[in-house]
Every structure is written in C-alpha cells, then in structure tokens.
Design a protein around this ligand. Structure first.
Ligand code: GLA
Length: 698
C-alpha cells in the first residue's frame, strides 16, 4: 500500500463540485459540496493521516465502501454465492469522461464482479449516481445490498426527513446529527407514507434561505434504506440504496443488476435552492404543458355512480372552468363498495348499461377531457379474477393472507399477470377517449418480494405509456404513498394526500416541495367541511392553498350556491392566468421569524414577475409580525398588488398598514427583498396573495 491519493475526476458547475479520488485502488468521493471551480485540486488535501488505536493504513469511505478497505460502517455491496458471503475487494480500474458525466469501473478480480458507476452532473445542478453490478463469473450471485456512500461536510449536524401517515404525509422532522448513525428504512413495499425516500442534511440551523444543505434521494418506488453515519466527526456519510430481502435479487452468470439512481442536490444557500435544483431536474423529464384543472369525482359521489348525476356534475364542472373530468373508483365490474371488484377491469354493466361512452361523450362535448381511476396491482378475493387465477396473488398460498382494505396484491413479477393487466387497461384506453389515468395502490406490501414487484409495476406502466404516449398518469397510493423520482419517469402527477384539509395541505405540500416541483402535486379544492378532518375552511383559504400545485376540485359541485360557483370559477380563472408562472418559475418557501406564517410562491426565472401566498396557520403571538420580505431582484423595481380570492380576513385593526389600503403600489426590489412590507394582522387559517411585476421603464 502506497497510501497515495490521486484525483481521478471532478464534475462541477458554479455551485457544486464532486471530486473523485483513489487511495491506492479504492475509489472514493473526496469532496461533495461547494464548487471548487476550475482550480487545480491538491490531492494531499484529502489525506487524513493514520491514528493510534486503529488500522495501520490510512482508510477512506469508498463510494462502495467495503470492510476489506478498512471500512467499519454499512458495506456498499453485499453478495453471496452458493450461500456463502463473499469478501469483496473492489478495485478501481478506469474512468471514462463523457460530456456531462464520469463513468467508473471497479472490479473484484477474485470473484469476477464488476461495478460500473456513472456520476452525472445534470444541467439542473443535481448529481445523479447510477450503479450497475455485473457478474462476470458463470455462477450466480445473490445480491443483499447495494449502497452508494456520499460524504457530506463534517459541519452537517442536522437531519431533515419527511414522513407521517395516511392523510398527513411529508411532515418535516428535524433531528440533530452527532456521533450517531441514523437509519431511515422503508419496508412497506411502496414509497410509503411513513418515510419518504429523501433526506436533507445541513449546517447547524439551516433554513430555507441559509446554510449548506445536501439533499439525497433514491429514485425508487419500493423499499429503501438511508443511513446517515456520523460516527467520525471528520467524516459524515450518507449511505443510500434499495432495501433488498434475502435472495430477492440473483444475478445469473454474465448478467447485471441496475440499482436505482441516487439523486443529490447541494446548496450553499439553504433548503429552497436545493429544492429548486431537484425541481429543475424533474422538469427535464418531459416538456412542460399547461396542467388542466381537474374535477375528481371521489369526494363528490364516492361509490354512488349514477350516469345522470355524473353528467350533471360534468355540466357544472365545465361551467366553472374545469378542463379534465376524472371518474374515480367505482366504475368497474362488481365495484359497488371497497370490498369487491379489484382485478375485474371492465365496465360494470349494472351501473353503466351503455358503457362509459355516454358520460365520456358528454364530458368531451363540454370541452373537457376524461380521466379514469385504476388500481392495477391489487385484487379483491371477491372478484372474478381471484376466483379464476388465485395463483396470481402474492402469498395467495397462505391460509390467512394479510388483507388491507379487503384486498390482496397481484404478483407483478409474473409475465402473465402483467399481460392480463396490460390487455385490460389497453382495451379501455383504446375503446374510450381517455386522456388520464389515476393509478392507485392502496395496500402496503408485506410479502417481501418488493424488488420484482416494483420492477413489474414500472414495466407495466412504461408499456402502457409507450402504447398511449398521449395519456398522462397520476401516481397515487392511498394519497401520497408513492411519491418519488422513480415513478416520475412515467407519472406526471402525484396525488399528494387523501386529506384536502387546506391547513394540513399547507404542511404536506410544503414538505413535498422540498424535492417535488409544485406542478406535479395534485392539489384540490375540497368541500367547505373537509371529509377527512371535519375542519371547516373558507373557499379563499382552500383555493389559495390549492393554487400552488396542479389545481383540481374534489367537491360535489351540485351542492354549490350561486355565490360559491362564481367564486370557484374566479379562482379557476386566476389559476389559468398564473399557472405557467407557478409551474415553470422558481418555487420559494420563504423564511419568516413568525412560525405562524407560511410564505411560499413562485418567481419567474428572469425575476420579472412573481406570485406569493401569505397564510397564517394559527394565531400569532404578536400584533405586528416582522416585515414580509420577498425573494425578488433587489436591483429592479416592482409593482406590488394585493389579491384576495374572497373577502379579506384581517384581524381587528383600527387601521391596516398603508400598503394594504393602497392595494397596488410600486416599490424598489431592494426594499422588498431586504426591508420588507409591514405585515398586516391576518386571521388564522386565512391567506392573501401578493403579485409582483417588474416595472419596465420605457
Ligand atoms: C385512495 C385514493 C383516493 C381514492 C380512493 C378510491 O384512497 O387515495 O383518492 O381514489 O382510493 O378508492
């Protein structure tokens, strides 16, 4: 061992650098964070010396760290052959420079195992790590884990995670990160409600606008493991990969296994900037198109499908400006409630004697397009599919299989199962004029075989997308149980939560926008009394919350008063006018010292216009909150206007701040960004909007 460190690659833009180096034959990330620009990098900078009480050699955390390299944490690759765990020793072989990426090859000479790692610096500023493990031997190997090891700054002493439960997803949780290992695991077989596959770590007290922040995500819709290892203060590492069950993945001789991509976003200017890079990355998945306003029938009628009522609903929907009518659960064979029918994907003749055509042609004649709900991976024991093909079910052989919402899971690794589902869904997509599929997944998978299940799901979804490129897909799993960048390759929208309580949605969507762009988050205006929480909110508050997403309505429009109908159509108009700004601009969550205020919004990428919502989540402790600063260009001048999506809800004021009375005024960007507007006293659970537009001097 020479103990010599060599730099073997450096990807960077103005904000981020990742430096790859080798110590002897071990490939490791020497630096991941602040940009080092084009400067020559001195490799000796990364030599940490040798200490007493340890190994005689200097050690590093390899990008695939292994005990044979002196690594004492989570191994980066664990495999066995013939039931025997292999002692791997992956050695650096080569690096190939491609346009925006570096491709590394590692090899274990004794076992004939290759690992190819591609690190790409995407134009958005995120880094994407793709790992392929190949078995160069003739004997199969079983893969137990593949984890990428990413070092972050030693000063990253806070961890931010997102998780919660059904109907309250993506709640942010902060923990301090000292000399500990912190493990986030998902074993629910879908991305899960409890723990999203993303972690942010950062410098002490990092905020939306300040601090060094590393965001790390696994683009995968199944089980995962993220371990934040801080055992050594000089080296803090994040280990991330799919969580595999024993013998779930076997690589036959001369074959390969692709691990899910790891996506990393670094920012030296707080969480919002890290989020914006994730957003830009996801926006690159497809060309942007205006997101049509959705009417979803679920909370309007649930399972009570009646063609005439649904037609009437469509008529009112078109009148208020809805552009897409989505028929939710309840339309297919035997589905009169949630105990039966899943698997029988043909239209229920008892409810729809003439098929879906009468409704769809009514919807399209009103100028809207049509969407349909499916839950393809599931089956009810009470269904024709289960009666005829019980062997298609995961763990169907058990005497007491675990049910969830009265349903079992189809084994998506079986080709026949995928073929059946493709054939049924394809037939419907061909027969009817369907623009949109809401794809649900309402039961966690406890059966274990989640790798092949997830791959099978991806295959079916991608085949359908390929056969019907114009159809858009929404990923839903009892609300926000399947939100990740893996499924986002095909799905354009996520159903964020089964709760459309505007107050809870503020929190849920805030969490989700840390890595998902707002326009991908299905965000609906619900009934005045929320069905999941029983809480009542004014339409203006429900609307303002829903506006910063992909807008929809999930409310029985047949119950609306004339005034409500007018107000709703005004809101929809407003959304249509501003959706391209909200959906294509840079999304901000704005820091404010008053924790009872929630400020978020979008600025166009040129900073020429913006729109922000200022909401009060609960009563504040002071009469005058700190001024409202907005992330505008401080070198220009703006016209600022106040927008209400209903009557203003100010707390008792003898006199409102001058600018509020003015409604529209001009202000320098420097003052708006640095001094701010005096904050009026807003009532709890209410919002006002501010629009800013650059003044163009002739
Ligand atoms: C899940 C979804 C809901 C709705 C129901 C239908 O709970 O999250 O939006 O589609 O299923 O059964």
């Amino acid at each position: 061992m020479s103990g010599e460190i060599k730099i073997v690659g450096h990807l960077h833009d103005d904000d981020v650098s990742v430096v790859f180096a080798t110590l002897d034959d071990v490939l490791f990330i020497a630096h991941l964070g602040h940009s080092l620009g084009d400067n020559e990098i001195d490799p000796s900078l990364f030599s940490r010396g040798i200490v007493g009480g340890g190994l005689d050699n200097q050690t590093v955390a390899g990008i695939i760290p292994l005990p044979s390299q002196g690594w004492m944490g989570l191994p980066g690759l664990e495999v066995s052959r013939w039931g025997e765990r292999l002692q791997l020793n992956l050695q650096f072989v080569s690096v190939e420079e491609l346009t925006d990426s570096l491709k590394f090859l590692l090899y274990d000479y004794r076992e004939g195992i290759y690992v190819a790692i591609t690190a790409r610096l995407h134009i958005s500023g995120v880094l994407v790590f793709s790992t392929r493990v190949s078995n160069g031997d003739t004997e199969a190997i079983s893969v137990h884990s593949v984890h990428t090891c990413l070092p972050v700054g030693g000063h990253a002493n806070e961890i931010l995670t997102l998780g919660g439960r059904h109907a309250m997803e993506a709640v942010q949780q902060r923990t301090s990160w000292g000399r500990t290992k912190q493990l986030l695991e998902n074993r629910s077989g879908r991305t899960s409600h409890e723990q999203l596959g993303v972690v942010f770590v950062g410098s002490p007290g990092f905020t939306e606008e300040t601090g060094d922040v590393w965001g790390v995500h696994l683009a995968w819709s199944g089980n995962f493991r993220i371990m934040c290892d801080g055992i050594s203060e000089t080296l803090k590492t994040i280990h991330i990969g799919e969580l595999l069950h024993p013998d779930e993945v076997v690589i036959e001789g001369q074959e390969s296994f692709e691990a899910p991509d790891v996506v990393v976003s670094f920012s030296s200017q707080g969480l919002t900037k890290a989020s914006q890079r994730f957003h830009k990355y996801m926006r690159s998945f497809r060309t942007s198109s205006p997101k049509p306003v959705v009417l979803n029938t679920w909370e309007a009628v649930y399972f009570n499908h009646d063609v005439e009522t649904l037609k009437e609903l469509a008529t009112v929907a078109a009148r208020v400006g809805i552009e897409r009518f989505v028929l939710d659960d309840g339309w297919f064979h035997g589905r009169r409630n949630d105990t039966a029918g899943l698997g029988d994907w043909w239209v229920d003749e008892s409810v729809w004697p003439n098929g879906l055509e009468p409704l769809i042609s009514h919807v399209t004649s009103l100028g809207m397009d049509f969407g349909l709900w499916f839950e393809p991976e599931m089956v009810n024991p009470e269904s024709e599919l289960y009666r005829t093909q019980p062997e298609w079910v995961l763990d169907g052989f058990l005497d007491n299989p675990v049910l969830g919402r009265h349903q079992l899971v189809l084994d998506m690794s079986q080709e026949e199962v995928r073929e059946y589902l493709f054939e049924k869904m394809n037939a419907l997509l061909r027969t009817y004029d369907i623009a949109y599929v809401k794809w649900d997944h309402n039961r966690p998978l406890v059966e274990g075989a989640t790798h092949h299940q997830t791959r099978g799901f991806y295959e079916l979804l991608s085949n359908l997308k390929f056969a019907h490129p114009g159809v858009q897909f929404e990923s839903c799993a009892s609300g926000g149980g399947r939100i990740d960048m893996g499924v986002a390759q095909w799905a354009e929208r996520f159903w964020a939560s089964d709760s459309i309580d505007a107050l809870d949605r503020l929190e849920i969507q805030k969490g989700l926008t840390t890595f998902i762009p707002p326009e991908m988050l299905g965000s609906h205006i619900g009934s005045p009394t929320c069905h999941t929480t029983g809480r009542k909110h004014a339409l203006s508050f429900r609307a303002a919350t829903a506006l910063f997403g992909w807008l929809g309505v999930e409310w029985n429009l047949l119950s609306l008063t004339e005034r409500e109908e007018q107000q709703l159509s005004d809101v929809i108009d407003f959304y249509k006018q501003h959706r391209s700004l909200i959906h294509r601009g840079d999304f901000f969550r704005v820091d404010h010292p008053d924790a009872t205020l929630d400020i978020r919004g979008a600025m166009s990428t040129t900073q020429s216009e913006g729109i922000f919502s200022i909401s009060r989540v609960r009563s504040g402790p002071s009469n005058h909150s700190a001024p409202l600063r907005l992330p505008v260009d401080s070198k220009t001048e703006y016209t600022v206007s106040l927008v209400h999506l209903g009557s203003p809800r100010w707390a008792l004021h003898r006199e409102l701040p001058h600018w509020v009375q003015q409604n529209e005024f001009t202000m320098s960007g420097a003052v708006l960004a640095n001094v701010g507007l005096p904050m009026p006293s807003l009532l709890p659970e209410s919002t006002f909007l501010l629009q800013v537009e650059q003044v163009v001097h002739p």
